[in-house]
Design a protein around this ligand. Structure first.
Ligand code: NAP
Length: 283
């Protein structure tokens, strides 16, 4: 079975759009997403443009603040502080990567945890791991929705996560742990990755290595989620050898058209959730 991320993301965006119109009726305000973009990296520009387009489509107030690569760290931190205080802004996203002279950690820690739509602030990371309400990083949240579409009850399933980044692998592990999976996180120093993967009912690959996961690495009936985006001479491919694995797995995401569309859909929903939490706090 092919997991159609485009279709599932479109459903999620429709639900978000409906919720935004209901919130607008209730509060006479719409949630706002502000993105800070530094420099002119083509990939970042494309991501930010896509985010803005999708934000406008669902009815969010969307703003992009652009800075040249030469902007100082202080200017960025001041802007973030200003946005933290601006009650028309529900969510703040600073597009990564940042130029080397800007301390990414400092920037992330300056964003108010209540407006941290990326879920990178240490407070949100801690809340997620403690099982409290938090913003959850958009890509693993998207993967989580895809897995739950295929298998609503994950009790006791063995999940193998390949990659331990703060962006993908670690929050993915927390989400699956919360769903009562038995979770293994693997990484570049894992001794026998193939053997680990062969045990998995669920495999999430977030590595950045084209077609790393092969057909004979996975169990029949497994659910395989491919986060990887790798540019090759033959176009964009994932971390999973789709040709091989799709013949064996119960369900698999394609690349493109799998996890990617879910990331943006979850960002929009995260913005709405921040907006709602800001009202809960004041009531
Ligand atoms: P990252 O920060 O570079 O982390 C990669 C992880 O893979 C690291 O934990 C690394 O281990 C591990 N790794 C490297 N080689 C390995 C190997 N041979 N075997 C097992 N593990 C290995 O990457 P990321 O930011 O998580 O992104 C991963 C991929 O997802 C990239 O292709 C990226 O473009 C893609 N991505 C897609 C989306 C989307 O929306 N679809 C969003 C974000 C990222 P160590 O920790 O030991 O180094």
């Amino acid at each position: 079975m092919l997991i159609d991320g485009k279709k599932i993301a479109a459903e999620l965006r429709r639900e978000t759009k409906l919720e935004i119109s209901q919130l607008k009726n209730k509060y006479k305000k719409v949630p706002g997403l502000t993105v800070i973009l530094v420099g002119d990296l083509p990939a970042s520009q494309i991501y930010v443009r896509n985010k803005e387009k999708s934000a406008i489509e669902v009815g969010l107030k969307s703003e992009i603040i652009k800075y040249p690569k030469s902007v100082t760290e202080e200017e960025i931190l001041n802007k973030v502080e200003e946005l933290n205080k601006d009650n028309t802004v529900s969510g703040i996203l600073v597009q990564l990567p940042l130029p080397e002279h800007i301390n990414k950690k400092k920037v992330i820690e300056t964003i108010s945890p209540d407006k941290d739509v990326d879920g990178f602030h240490p407070m949100n990371v801690g809340n997620l791991s403690s099982g409290f309400k938090s913003s959850i990083p958009c890509t693993p949240l998207g993967c989580y929705h895809l897995i739950k579409k295929v298998e609503p009850n994950l009790d006791g399933k063995k999940a193998i996560i390949i990659g331990r980044s703060n962006l993908n692998g670690k929050p993915m592990a927390q989400l699956l742990l919360k769903e009562n999976c038995t979770v293994t996180i693997t990484h570049s120093k894992t001794k026998n990755l193939k053997k680990e993967c062969m045990e998995g009912d669920i495999i999430v690959a977030a590595v950045g290595m084209p077609k790393l996961v092969k057909g004979d690495w996975i169990k029949k009936d497994s659910i395989v989620i491919d986060v990887g985006i790798n540019k090759t001479q033959n176009g964009i491919v994932g971390d999973v050898d789709f040709e091989e694995v799709s013949k064996i797995a119960r369900a698999i995401t394609p690349v493109p058209g799998g996890v990617g569309p879910m990331t943006i859909a979850c960002l929009l929903q995260n913005t709405v959730d921040c907006f709602k939490r800001s009202f809960e706090k004041t009531q």
